[in-house]
Design a protein. Structure first.
Length: 255
């Protein structure tokens, strides 16, 4: 349980990457001068950065959660691995709201963010009451994922209507590429981890460590290569993103 809580905190920090805090004053300024076009451009660019990291990591957690828990705690933690995978799926979906949430706060329309929290809660609580007695922990996890997904969809639609930004173009150009890359990269990472572990004799935590390390490296390599190849990120943007993720500040560069 403590590990799951720690993972929750770590994954939530994907939505609080160094990309997002500077958005608040920038968005407030752009809103004050009435430059909605600049806000829309900033939303697209920041969303690309956040999703390029959050979606592959979330997909990797879904696929590699069993190996993670076997490496960390040994055998017999399948339930915890399932919970971690569900958590990764929910937070991957919820990453679609990260940049938009910062923008609505910056323009003084935090009510849009509150709406989706309330909606997710109104779905989560009754759905949990129905599913948990029937399915146990899996029912609670299903309620979490469903409520998170519905709340996210509500917010994304409301945000794009409020700012008159075409939703279709955003989904096709900003969300779909990293989502497809994340799914493919995670699938290949899972296969690569299994293949690497298969080279080791016996069954032990060493297998899980090999699966986790090999799968993680393959996931990162495929995701980075694919996002640059399809021109979702340029080489310059990739360097900037890696600097942001590692916590380094690149002084003197234009926003």
């Amino acid at each position: 349980m403590l590990l799951l809580q720690a993972m929750t905190v770590r994954l939530r920090k994907l939505d609080a990457m160094p990309v997002l805090p500077p958005l608040l004053p920038a968005i407030s300024h752009l809103d004050a001068v009435g430059d909605r076009d600049a806000i829309a451009r900033l939303h697209r660019r920041a969303s690309r950065y956040v999703l390029a990291v959050a979606l592959p990591v979330a997909a990797g957690l879904v696929v590699l959660a069993p190996a993670l828990f076997r490496a960390w705690l040994g055998a017999g933690n399948a339930g915890a691995a399932t919970a971690a995978a569900a958590l990764g799926l929910a937070l991957g979906v919820n990453s679609l709201t990260g940049v938009g949430s910062s923008i609505v706060r910056g323009v003084g329309r935090a009510g849009l963010e509150a709406e989706y929290f309330v909606l997710a809660t109104l779905v989560h609580v009754p759905l949990s009451l129905v599913l948990i007695p029937r399915l146990g922990v899996r029912g609670g996890l299903a309620a979490l994922v469903v409520s998170c997904a519905l709340g996210t969809v509500w917010f994304v639609v409301r945000f794009h209507r409020a700012f008159a930004v075409p939703l279709g173009a955003f989904l096709v150009r900003v969300v779909l590429p990293p989502a497809c890359v994340a799914v493919v990269a995670a699938a290949v990472a899972g296969l690569a981890g299994d293949a690497l572990a298969g080279l080791l004799p016996g069954a032990s935590r060493l297998h899980a460590v090999a699966m986790l390390a090999g799968g993680g490296l393959v996931l990162a390599a495929i995701a980075l290569l694919a996002l640059v190849t399809v021109r979702y990120l340029s080489i310059g943007e990739l360097r900037e993103l890696l600097a942001l993720v590692s916590g380094r500040r690149r002084g003197g560069e234009a926003a």
